[in-house]
Ligand binder design. Structure first.
Ligand code: SF4
Length: 423
């Protein structure tokens, strides 16, 4: 049985799981037809040397990068998925290294895309540059915060001054009316700082805080991996934080399993049995007053999208990947329309079939709404359908299977219906 199945009771009975309230959200449209989110890596150029960098970013721009005309064709391809158009995120490297960034933001906005930009904490992260992308039509930015203080963050990012620039950019972005998502990489180094980072995010204000569960690819391959038990503690801590702020995970798909389990346990007035890291983070959060004061009226349910299923990534050279952390290409936008790669390629269609998953993920009653990180499975084994090595759950280990089935629908091998809300 998973450690999450243990029980201690809370005061009073919880509400009925799922009663009128979504536990997991999914895109309103069929994800086999249209992604919810497309991320384009505008450049790999970046002066930082972050320890985890997926892109193994370099100081200079790659001459093979998509040029402006090719980038516009990528956005034409995103718009061709139809309305509502996928969210289009321009990432890097540092996207501000591209002199045509604002022009491209304006082009995408003109096509009806909601465009977000993901800058690095470099000297280009200025109020003027943020104002320019806002003026061009960008609706949101995402910024990285991997430590609660300059020493920790700057050590991770490989350069002094990044923490201060990030905070200045964060405040400027909010003042300019941009929505801000804060991304925190969960590594062995940042583990014990998570409660302090959460408190900082709550204090400064953000639309969303995302805990990124490291995928050992790019420079991140050299960082120490978490154990599955530690990951479980982190996911439950992030779930607790969801009472105070909007929280999501990146490459932490089993957060959806945790949300379902916690909904069932809450309804029974029970608590999960977790490990020492969870207790440490909870104590620290309580000491910081993280859960004091105003709470969210409605918890933000995690969104049911995964690599190739609601999500696509276009690399700086035009290769289309199911995720930015899964270095397998299903085609290049210079040769094949993005819509065709997403809808018809063997890689993407296989990833959308939970019946093909192997090992624990294949046997898991949560697979249709979780499925694990395909990127991490690939990084660990070279097999995109292998089990997620960061998951502590043993299929069938949760004691309230009837309640899970009720949330997932009568046939657990089919897409979840009753637990989800379209968004
Ligand atoms: S075993 Fe796989 S499908 Fe099941 S909860 Fe874990 S990661 Fe998700």
């Amino acid at each position: 049985m998973s450690r999450t199945a243990g029980a201690g009771r809370t005061a009073g009975a919880g509400r009925t799981a799922g009663a009128g309230r979504a536990v997991v959200r999914r895109p309103r449209h069929a994800v086999a037809e249209r992604p919810f989110l497309v991320i384009w890596e505008a450049t790999r150029a970046c002066p930082l040397a972050c320890l985890h960098c997926r892109a193994t970013a370099q100081p200079a721009r790659d001459p093979r990068e998509l040029d402006g005309a090719q980038a516009r064709r990528v956005m034409d391809g995103v718009a061709a998925f139809g309305r509502p158009a996928p969210l289009f995120v321009i990432t890097g490297g540092d996207p501000f290294q591209r002199p045509d960034l604002c022009e491209l933001v304006a082009y995408g906005t003109g096509l009806g895309l909601r465009v977000a930009v993901s800058p690095s904490g470099t000297p280009t992260l200025t109020r003027a540059n943020l104002a320019a992308v806002r003026e061009a039509g960008a609706v949101a930015v995402s910024l990285s915060l991997d430590g609660s203080a300059a020493g920790r963050h700057d050590a991770f990012r490989g350069m002094p001054g990044v923490f201060d620039r990030t905070l200045d950019g964060w405040r400027a972005a909010r003042e300019l009316g941009l929505k801000v998502q804060i991304n925190t990489t969960v590594t062995r180094d940042s583990l014990t700082d998570l409660a302090d980072i959460a408190a900082l995010v709550r204090r400064e204000g953000a639309m969303l805080w995302s805990g990124f569960l490291l995928v050992p690819t790019g420079r991140g391959g050299g960082l120490g991996a978490l154990s599955a038990a530690e990951t479980e503690d982190v996911l439950h801590f992030l779930y607790d934080c969801g009472a105070a702020m909007a929280v999501k995970t990146t490459e932490g798909h089993h957060f959806r399993r945790v949300a379902l389990q916690r909904a069932v346990l809450d309804a029974k007035g029970e608590r999960p049995a977790l490990g020492p890291l969870y207790r440490l983070l909870s104590r620290r959060a309580a000491g910081l007053g993280l859960f004091d004061g105003e709470r969210r009226a409605v918890r933000r349910p995690p969104l049911d999208v995964s690599a190739g299923r609601g999500f696509a990534f276009v690399s700086h050279t035009g290769e289309v990947h199911p995720s930015g952390f899964l270095p397998v290409s299903a085609g290049n936008v210079k040769d094949v329309p993005l819509t065709a790669v997403y809808r018809e390629s063997e890689l993407f269609t296989r990833l959308r079939d939970p019946g093909l998953l192997r090992g624990a993920c294949g046997a898991c009653e949560f697979k249709a709404v979780c499925g694990g990180s395909r990127s991490r499975a690939y990084a660990a084994t070279g097999d995109v359908l292998a089990p997620d090595p960061y998951c502590d759950y043993r299929p069938g280990g949760f004691p309230y299977q009837d309640e899970v089935r009720a949330l997932l629908g009568t046939d657990p091998s089919k897409r979840a219906e009753s637990c989800v809300q379209s968004s």
